[in-house]
Design a protein around this ligand. Structure first.
Ligand code: HEM
Length: 476
């Protein structure tokens, strides 16, 4: 169905865009970066998507770096000609020129699905929004949530894992991370409501990096419908919360939602409802799918490497041994989980949840001897450095100890991006991941049902069959 619409769409628009591409490449005859803009309209999107579907998104970037040099190449993705900045120098350039030469930008589907959010706001508005979000997400603020996260994880394991011989890991982890985000950001704790919202999010995320064909049957169409359904629920929740705050039934500091409703930005402006709704949509989406993908990959890698499991178990048992029977985890415990976090980092090096992010040139400039015209779209990708043997010797080897000591060279390890737009949820993700891992290894060993289960990257790493595993509880 999607293919039929795609073909029609291509035929109708191809002449227009062929002209546009031709015009772009000939304009003033600039010395553009090497590379191919691919086919009219779809550009190189099929090759980009195919490498993700094959589970090797790094191939798309690596093949072009091999062909055109390792600094920069041009391509065309999602209806836009685009320059891909490569290596630590490329990352450094994009991360340190935010709002000087480049600015954050997201493709049309993202702009349509989150129209009034931090992702699509003007630079000044995004800065103000980020400041508000960081008040909730900074380490000092998150410390008080560690115990709650542990309590949620314990309940999750009691209900969903204990007593089972086999579980479907990916589904369970997504449920856990989504429940946690719903509960901590908006005090939503009704499991049915969380499940329903979670299903809508699954549909939404599939449409955020596709062609924006607003035609029934396409991924994008379904994603916009799902986003609208979630928005309706969020609006009802926000209106109820306003009433509860006025009547003293809710506290202004109870969660992110209350906080956004009662706190003005530096200019004394409160967020309007559509901004709160869209930023919430971003937070719930970013706040669970990325961590879920990382946890799923940790479980898959660790199942294949018992010596890594043993080290994690040793670390987590030492932490548990210093605590009273039912005492919940706290911030100090998290700081002791160094090896476990090294494992998570090594997993994100090899199977990053987010492949990269986009920028737009806000001025004409020159990079690596090539001209970048104002308005061009730019991309940085984890795949230009994470497997480079110069920075990660024996790159295919799983070695958490790379992250000990000074760790990787600057701008080479970028799962969370860098610079002023670096992921504000990094610390929250670290807590989500470590608290879950602590509870998991304390209870079980496991083995995968399909040892070679394929991992597709669409747009994040996801297992073809949901990663079923057999559980082996520790003898009590
Ligand atoms: C393993 C988990 C995560 C990874 C790998 C990750 C990665 C990223 C990346 C690569 C970006 C784009 C940075 C750029 O534009 O250069 C980003 C942005 C963002 N992330 Fe995360 N993220 C994770 C978890 C989270 C969590 C838990 C939250 C919320 C609690 C969150 C909220 C956001 C937001 C709001 C942005 C947009 C920031 C902006 O545009 O200024 N992320 N993340």
């Amino acid at each position: 169905m999607e293919l039929v619409f795609l073909s029609l769409f291509l035929i109708i628009l191809s002449s227009f865009l062929t002209y546009r591409f031709f015009f772009i490449s000939k304009r003033k005859d600039p010395k553009l970066p090497p590379g191919s803009l691919g086919w009219p309209i779809i550009g190189e999107l099929l090759a980009f998507t195919r490498s993700g579907q094959n589970g090797t998104p790094q191939d798309f970037v690596q093949e072009r770096m091999d062909k055109h040099g390792a600094r920069i190449f041009k391509t065309s993705l999602l209806l836009e000609p685009m320059a891909v900045f490569c290596g630590p120098d490329g990352n450094k350039f994009l991360f340190s020129n935010e709002n000087k030469l480049v600015a954050s930008w997201w493709p049309t589907p993202v702009r349509k699905i989150f129209p009034s959010s931090i992702l699509t706001a003007t630079a000044d508005k995004a800065k103000q929004t980020r400041k508000l979000l960081m008040t909730f997400l900074k380490p000092e603020a998150l410390q008080k949530y560690v115990g709650t996260m542990d309590a949620v994880a314990r309940r999750h394991f009691e209900v969903e894992w204990e007593g089972k011989a086999e579980v479907m890991v990916f589904h369970l982890i997504k449920t856990y991370t989504f429940y946690l985000a719903c509960s901590l950001f908006a005090s939503i704790e009704d499991s049915d409501q969380v499940l329903k919202l979670g299903r809508e999010f699954d549909v939404m995320i599939k449409g955020i990096l596709t062609l924006p064909l607003n035609i029934p049957g396409t991924r994008f169409y379904r994603a916009t419908r799902a986003a609208e359904a979630i928005r309706r629920e969020l609006r009802v929740m926000i209106q109820q919360r306003r009433v509860d705050l006025l009547e003293g039934k809710a506290s202004p500091t109870q969660d992110l939602l209350s906080y956004l409703l009662v706190t003005p930005d530096d200019n004394g402006q409160f967020m309007v409802e559509k901004e709160i709704v869209d930023n919430f949509l971003v937070m719930l989406f970013a706040g669970h799918d990325t961590s879920a993908s990382t946890l799923m990959m940790i479980i898959k890698y660790v199942a294949e490497m018992p010596h890594i499991y043993d080290e994690i178990l040793k670390e987590q048992r030492e932490i548990a041994a210093l605590k009273g029977g039912d005492e919940l985890l706290n911030w100090e415990d998290i700081q002791k989980m160094r090896y476990s976090w090294n494992v998570a980092n090594e997993v994100m090096r090899l199977k990053a949840p987010a492949q990269g992010a986009f920028r737009t040139a806000i001025a004409d400039f020159t990079y690596a001897g090539y001209e970048i015209p104002k308005g061009w779209k730019l991309y940085w990708s984890v795949n230009t450095t994470h497997r480079d043997p110069e920075y990660f010797p024996e790159p295919e080897k799983f070695d958490p100890m790379r992250f000990e000591g000074v760790g990787p060279a600057p701008y080479t390890f970028t799962p969370f991006g860098g610079g002023p737009r670096m992921c504000p949820g990094k610390e929250f993700a670290r807590l989500q991941i470590l608290v879950f891992l602590h509870n998991l290894v304390k209870r079980f060993r496991w083995e995968t049902v399909f040892p070679n289960e394929k991992i597709r990257v669409d747009p994040m790493p996801a297992p073809a069959y949901g990663l079923p595993v057999r559980l082996f509880p520790h003898p009590s």
